[in-house]
Design a protein around this ligand. Structure first.
Ligand SMILES: [Zn+2]
Length: 466
């Protein structure tokens, strides 16, 4: 923001017609709180270990294959999806033992009937751990991290030959486990779920089952972080990989938008402001706060996923949840969905030696910081609306208090319609209505709650109210 723009906005703020409980000149770049980073979150990030992630990925690879159709092999064989699921469960239980039983370790097991890439009835097991929120008024709020532990080789339906899946998606599974290990040492008012699913490579079957279960049971999931291929492939001789960037993909228009909602989105230019997009912006702001940009940062991509690809975040999007995908900056397709072999001097196969464990640790740090920030923060304000009863150049926004009682105040954010991220933040105190001398015709607004320690909720874009 230019100095002139700051001055002009500051003068404009003086004209605001509602009493503000905070200083009028509290404008700051969006996403940067006026309080110091939370030492609790910084401690969790320091605890994330590349060596631990390496151990996890190597253990997952030791099951030879984790292909979903291998679930007819017993876990006792030490090979296949059941053995991997049993080990993941034991790992969650080990973390839980270290925190006095703080994790509820569970499985979501079902038989998938035949369908595309599922030739026969197939047992699919999702394994997850719940770190229940400590505040009864907020424990119903859930943030979730996931990765898929199933793997594949060149043949989608080959359930016996090696499919190491170190990067796809041993790395994402390791992120979920590592977040569980470091965050289970702490307490949060809201609930965090650490999920690992199977069936992804056959068609997102595991995550689809889990997300439908969550929807059917009315779970209030505020955010889903899907990590898939976050190993930071480090093929010898490759100069194009960027170990400082992880891509964050998000849908702009919600998958569940009905005709009426699509009409509103078209009318207002809301195609860049669905809940998943707000989550992506939130991740970027957490990164700015907790990770030195020279070390590591997200590359926010305004797209649901890469070309020709999909992932488990789709399953959650399709049940109406905000969900994004983390993926390394540059993928090497010789090391995904390939039989382990050498041909013409090229090594194929998804092997641990191509994974950059310190890179995956940084991805885990960004995930852990995002989960912790959200689980400590107030719920987003409810029923946020932009009053449009008459033609006015000022803009009045109203909302209901953030459910759960954690919010001690609110901020209005706004940006030019052509800007990608929030450009202005105005603290408005512990109120439920604010009028700003900024024309709603020219900007996009949002509101978020914060608490005394500076934890911010997700931002909510208002709907017009006549
Ligand atoms: Zn994958």
């Amino acid at each position: 923001m230019s100095i002139l723009k700051i001055l002009l906005t500051g003068i404009a703020v003086l004209m605001v017609t509602v009493p503000f409980a905070v200083a009028l000149f509290s404008q700051q770049p969006a996403g940067l709180p006026d309080t110091a980073p939370d030492p609790q979150i910084a401690a969790a990030m320091r605890d994330v270990s590349g060596a631990q992630i390496q151990q996890t990925i190597e253990k997952l690879v030791s099951f030879i294959t984790r292909q979903t159709l291998s679930s007819d092999m017993p876990a006792s064989s030490g090979k296949g999806a059941n053995a991997a699921a049993a080990w993941i469960q034991s790992e969650f239980e080990r973390y839980s033992k270290e925190c006095g039983g703080c994790l509820e370790v569970k499985t979501d097991e079902f038989t998938q009937e035949p369908g595309p890439r599922i030739p026969k009835p197939t047992k699919i097991t999702n394994v997850y751990a719940v770190l229940r929120g400590t505040d009864p008024a907020n424990a119903g709020r859930i943030v979730l991290v996931t990765g898929h532990y199933d793997s594949r080789n060149s043949d989608t339906n080959n359930a016996t030959d090696p499919a190491p899946g170190a990067n796809d998606d041993g790395s994402g599974t390791a992120v979920s486990l590592e977040c569980a290990r470091v965050l289970s040492k702490q307490h949060f008012p809201a609930t965090i779920i650490f999920l690992t699913v199977a069936g992804e490579e056959q068609g997102l079957y595991g995550s689809a089952h889990f997300a439908k279960m969550a929807k059917a049971q009315g779970w209030n999931i505020e955010a889903v972080l899907n990590n898939d291929i976050v190993g930071g492939d480090r093929t010898p001789g490759d100069t194009m990989q960027d170990p400082h960037l992880v891509r964050v993909f998000s849908e702009g228009i919600p998958s569940t938008a009905d005709e009426k909602q699509l009409k509103t989105i078209r009318g207002l230019g809301g195609e860049n402001d669905g809940p998943s997009r707000q989550l992506a912006r939130y991740i970027a702001s957490v990164s700015t706060e907790y990770l030195p940009p020279a070390t590591f940062q997200p590359l926010v991509v305004f797209r649901r996923d890469r070309y020709l690809r999909g992932g488990d975040h789709f399953s959650f999007n399709e049940q109406g949840y905000a969900a994004v995908r983390f993926t390394e900056f540059r993928e090497n397709y010789n090391h995904q969905h390939q039989n382990v072999r050498a041909e013409n001097g090229i090594e194929y196969g998804d092997l641990p030696k191509f994974v950059d464990f310190d890179y995956t640790a940084n991805v885990a740090r960004l995930n852990a910081a995002t989960l912790a920030s959200l689980a400590l923060a107030p719920a987003p304000p409810a029923n946020v609306r932009l009053l449009t009863k008459e033609l006015q150049n000022d803009s009045t926004i109203a909302w209901d208090p953030s459910p759960g009682g954690l919010a001690t105040g609110y901020e209005v954010l706004w940006r030019d319609t052509a800007a990608s991220d929030w450009q202005h933040t105005q603290g408005v105190g512990n109120v439920t209505r604010a009028t700003l001398p900024v024309s709603k015709d020219n900007v996009v607004f949002a509101v978020r709650g914060f608490d005394a320690k500076g934890h911010r909720s997700l931002a909510v874009v208002p709907l017009p109210e006549r």
